[in-house]
Each structure stands twice: as structure tokens, then as C-alpha cells.
Design a protein around this ligand. Structure first.
Ligand code: TRP
Ligand code: SF4
Length: 555
């Protein structure tokens, strides 16, 4: 294998609990095809990622390490870099820290047996629940039917197994919520509502849907959007969606739709026209300098701002001669900012927060105007407030929305875990039984699968002693790091160090892992048996009343 794992070493330095060197090394890159440089995120495609770094650069996923210190009692999957990325997880971490409302939700397509890859997500949900979040687990049966073509009989059988494993691993059904998409009327109503904010052209762009895509498949997308926002039906709260990075397109769309549902959009403005972020930065700079120069805010006009952006030294601040020659500026942001300022002419240049009316009723808009404290100016489609901070404005907008019958959704957050490498090398796939370990596997079979797994070992014991093993490319080591070591960082580190130090040989190492796997499966399956009764108590339909037909899987 070539080295395709230049891990993000320098970002690891401050991770709590584990020494930085070890952190870097406990990362496996998912057994990926070296050299493959195409990254696409396809929720219904194959779940491999050639290069995790590209996810940061190309898709704007952020590195989990950068905020791990703000997470209370980080889970071992976080500490070991298995959870490698996130979108906007900060508000969730903050809520957990401060014992404020937060939620976690993830969904499972019941297309086969739950396996050790799903266990990562089960653990993530359960950990958030234990940290105080409202926890939700759902069976994506509509999606399995529409996108994968499973019959309802197949779906029912697998749904039960996912729920049992989630309960067996510690999900508390008294505190949390479990549901099937097909059985949740509120989710379907919300899906319908969200669908009114989504357009087909977007689905084409995001998912590659085309004229062959079934309508039910599209419906399963808006259903997932509703799943993601479901924890906020009663009140807005930070919500995290733990998933694999293949689900990121869904997360991005859900964030967009959450914003589109809002009554008001809050922006920062300086005069009547809307500015984009880059223009605003320029105008802010001009404003700051001009106020300092004029000594009094009221003397600064838009035209001065235009002058300043053309030539800072030529500003006269003379209200009687407010002309400016705008040369052809090649920098387009500057040029457009100047143009807007120039059009606004003698309008005062003053910072303010702006509430744009997006979906508000007249009553809600009135209510908002009334509740803005301090100086305000009202227009047809927006209202400007001069004495509010952007944060206070956000809060007010949300309060007014909720008080007037809206949802006030916060944009959902996500965390992303690495995919496990298949035991046979390559990807872990439900269709290749030897590549993965099902949570339902006979413990002896689990033992045997580990024993015959590929390793990062050298050709001979001598070489192994001399060079050390390649734990970073070893699916067996991954089992230790992702599952078998549990919370014991010391143990994971010892296995790693012994391997790369040449003290550990693959035969013994696999034997140890195989035994641990067998014990894990035995214990898990015992727990599954124990929670059977709890499953029957759940308010969830285990047998779908639907007819036993297959959906039309369109991939
Ligand atoms: N699409 C997800 C999958 O393949 C399942 C899913 C449905 C889901 N709704 C969700 C995941 C909501 C996270 C959140 O497997
Ligand atoms: Fe993998 Fe263990 Fe062999 Fe190292 S010693 S390469 S961890 S099987």
C-alpha cells in the first residue's frame, strides 16, 4: 500500500486525554484507494472517502479537533479522531456545557443487519443523550422503500434489529424518542411544508436527480429534512446529526431549508441597500475611518463612503460638495460597494441591524416592529434597528417568530465519523459478509472474521520485528481503536505502540482482537435479548400495515 494517510498531525496537538503523537497515529484513513482524487458525497452511492482532507477544502466541513476542547467529556470516538469533522457543532457543545436544551438525531435505513459501522452512530446518539440532549433515533423506512426498493416485510424485519441494538447499547427509550418515518405523521406534515421551500432544480444539483428519479425518492429527501428538524418542533434548540460524511448534502440542504422557513432574516446593514459579506466588510472599514475622522457619526454620508473607497485621502466630508468621480474600478467588490454607496448619496452611513421579512404574517411583522427597542426605521419589507446588537436581534427575531406561531428553527449541526475499513481490505460493505461484522453475527463467526482479516503486517515475522507493523493501514487496529478498546485510551495506545514498535505480531494481535470481538458480540446479544421486552413497550409499529410490495429503487 502506498502512503495515502498524511494525517492532520498538527491539528492534534491539544486534544485532551491522548498524547498528540498517538492521536495522529490512531487515525486510519478508511482503507482508501490511493491516488483517487475525486471526492463526491453521494448519500445513495458507495460509502468510501478517498481523502478526508478534501472534505474540509471542498465542502467546508470543519475539523472536529478545533473545537474538541469545548466539548464536555468528549467521547473516545472524538478523542481518537474517528469523529473527524463537523458543521457548526459549537452551539451544541455550548448547550451541553451549560445544561441548556440540545438534541441529537440520526436515522438508519433498514436495508440489512446493523453492523459495527452503525454502532458508531448508535454510540454517538447515546453519548449525547447521556450528556443531557434529547435523543432521537429513527428508522428510515420510507427511504429504504423508495430509494432502495425494499419490501415492507424486509423493512420490518431489519427495523426491529436496529432498534434492539440501539436499546442494547444503552439508548434510554423513556427519555428519548424512537420512530419510523412511515409512522410519524408530524414528520410527514413537516416534510410537506419543507417541500414548499425546495425546488426540483436543487435536487438535480445536489443529488443528481433527473427525469428517471421516482417521486417517492424525492419525497424521502424532504422526509429526511423533516427528520432533521423534528427535534425542534416544540422549541428551537441546537441539534446535532451524527452521520457519515456521505450524508453531508442532506445536512447542507436541511440547514438551507431551516433558514428559508424563518419569518425574518437578520442582516447587518449601513444604509438602505443590502450588501453582501465582502461589500459589507469594505463599507465597515470606510465607516470606521470616517467616523473617527468626522468625530461625529451624523456627519458621515454614503457618498463619503464612496469617496473613501475610491481614494481614502480625497474624502472631504463636506456636505456641500458631495460629488465623486468613480473611476472604473477593476476590483469588482469595491466597485459594486462604491456604486451602491454612490446611489444612496446623502443618506447617512450608519450601522444597524436589519430584519428582512421572509415569511412573516402582517401581525408578526407588526409585533416585531413594536418589540424593537431604541431607534428603529420601518420599511415595507424590512425594519432597521439602530440600538440592537446582531445577537440580540437574532434572539428577538426568533422570539417573535415562535410567539407568532412559527418554528424559529436553528440551523441543524452535524458531526462526521470516518468509515471503517472492511476486514478484507477495501470498503466495509453489507453485501460482502466477510468485510464487516454484523451485530447479529454468531460470536464464533465474529471471531473467525477477525482471525482472517487483512492486516497492516509485514511479510515475515522478522521484518515485522525490524520495521514494525503498519497500524495506520490495518483494519484490525481500527477494530481496536473504534470499538474493542472502548473508553480505554491507554490500551489502544499500547496496541499501537507495540505494533509500530515491532513488539506485536499479527497472529497474536488478531487472536486478542478476535477474542475481544467474540466477547463483545456475546455481551451485546445478551443485552439485545434483555431489551426485547422494552422494545415491545415502545410506541412504535413494528409491523407495517402497508402492502408487501417493493418500492422502485432507482439506483
Ligand atoms: N439517509 C440516511 C441513510 O442513509 C438515513 C436517514 C434518514 C437519516 N433520516 C435521517 C440520517 C435523518 C440522519 C438524520 O442512511
Ligand atoms: Fe495490525 Fe496488529 Fe498486525 Fe499491527 S500487529 S499490523 S495492529 S494485526
Amino acid at each position: 500500500m502506498t502512503d495515502d494517510t498524511p494525517t492532520d498531525t498538527d491539528a492534534d496537538a491539544d486534544a485532551p486525554g491522548v498524547d498528540p503523537e498517538h492521536r495522529a497515529r490512531t487515525r486510519a484513513d478508511g482503507g482508501t484507494a490511493a491516488g483517487a482524487d475525486d471526492v463526491t458525497l453521494d448519500p445513495w452511492g458507495s460509502s468510501t472517502i478517498a481523502d478526508y482532507r478534501k472534505l474540509f477544502e471542498e465542502f467546508g466541513i470543519e475539523e472536529f479537533d478545533e473545537l474538541i476542547e469545548s466539548v464536555p467529556n468528549p467521547h473516545y470516538l472524538m478523542r481518537r479522531g474517528v469523529i473527524f469533522g463537523h458543521r457548526d457543532y459549537g452551539p451544541v457543545a455550548e448547550a451541553l456545557r451549560n445544561d441548556e436544551p440540545a438534541a441529537v438525531l440520526s436515522g438508519f435505513m433498514p436495508t440489512g443487519d446493523p453492523h459495527i459501522g452503525h454502532k458508531l452512530v448508535f454510540d454517538e446518539i447515546i453519548w449525547h443523550q447521556q450528556q443531557g440532549a434529547d435523543a432521537y433515533g429513527l428508522i428510515a423506512d420510507l427511504e429504504a422503500h423508495a430509494a432502495r426498493g425494499l419490501t415492507w416485510a424486509e423493512i420490518d424485519e431489519h427495523a426491529r434489529d436496529y432498534l434492539l441494538s440501539l436499546l442494547a447499547l444503552g439508548f434510554d427509550p423513556e427519555e428519548g424518542t424512537l420512530y419510523r418515518q412511515s409512522g410519524n405523521r408530524e414528520v410527514q406534515d413537516l416534510a410537506f411544508e419543507l417541500g414548499s421551500k425546495a425546488r426540483f432544480a436543487e435536487f438535480e444539483g445536489i443529488y443528481g436527480f433527473d427525469s428517471e428519479t421516482s417521486v417517492s425518492h424525492m419525497q424521502s429527501v424532504v422526509t429526511q429534512m423533516a427528520d432533521i428538524l423534528y427535534p425542534q418542533m416544540d422549541e428551537p434548540k441546537p441539534t446535532v446529526i451524527p452521520v457519515g460524511p456521505d450524508q453531508d448534502p442532506h445536512v447542507r440542504l436541511a440547514r438551507d431549508l431551516a433558514a428559508r422557513m424563518r419569518f425574518f432574516k437578520v442582516t447587518e446593514a449601513y444604509f438602505s441597500q443590502e450588501l453582501d459579506d465582502d461589500e459589507r466588510a469594505l463599507v465597515a472599514e470606510a465607516h470606521e475611518h470616517l467616523v473617527a475622522r468626522a468625530g461625529a457619526e451624523q456627519d458621515v454620508r454614503c457618498i463619503h463612503g464612496a469617496q473613501y473607497l475610491v481614494d481614502p485621502d480625497a474624502v472631504t466630508l463636506d456636505a456641500d460638495r458631495p460629488t465623486v468621480d468613480v473611476p472604473e474600478l477593476d476590483d469588482s467588490v469595491r466597485a459594486s460597494a462604491v456604486k451602491k454607496l454612490q446611489n444612496a448619496g446623502m443618506e447617512p452611513l450608519r450601522p444597524r441591524v436589519r430584519f428582512l421579512d421572509r415569511n412573516a404574517s402582517d401581525d408578526a411583522f407588526e409585533d416585531l416592529v413594536e418589540r424593537i427597542e431604541g431607534e428603529k426605521r420601518r420599511y415595507d419589507e424590512h425594519v432597521d434597528a439602530f440600538d440592537l446588537s446582531p445577537e440580540d436581534a437574532e434572539e428577538l427575531a426568533r422570539e417573535v417568530e415562535v410567539d407568532n406561531g412559527g418554528y424559529g428553527f436553528q440551523m441543524p449541526s452535524s458531526i462526521y465519523h470516518r468509515f471503517m475499513t472492511g476486514l478484507t481490505g477495501g470498503k466495509m460493505s453489507s453485501s460482502i459478509p466477510a468485510s464487516h461484522i454484523s451485530l447479529l453475527d454468531d460470536p464464533e463467526d465474529g471471531y473467525a472474521k477477525v482471525k482472517s482479516a487483512t492486516t497492516g503486517g509485514r511479510d515475515t515475522a522478522e521484518k515485522q520485528r525490524e520495521l514494525g507493523g503498519e497500524a495506520d493501514k490495518c483494519p484490525v487496529y481500527e477494530l481496536y481503536a473504534y470499538l474493542l478498546s472502548g473508553d480505554d485510551d491507554e490500551f489502544a495506545k499500547r496496541v499501537y505502540d507495540e505494533c509500530v514498535g515491532g513488539e506485536r505480531l499479527c497472529g497474536d494481535c488478531k487472536e486478542q482482537a478476535a477474542v475481544l470481538m467474540k466477547e463483545f458480540l456475546e455481551e451485546h446479544q445478551e443485552k439485545r435479548a434483555e431489551v426485547e421486552a422494552a422494545l415491545d413497550d415502545l410506541d412504535i409499529e413494528l409491523e407495517s400495515p402497508r402492502r408487501r410490495v417493493a418500492g422502485e429503487g432507482d439506483d
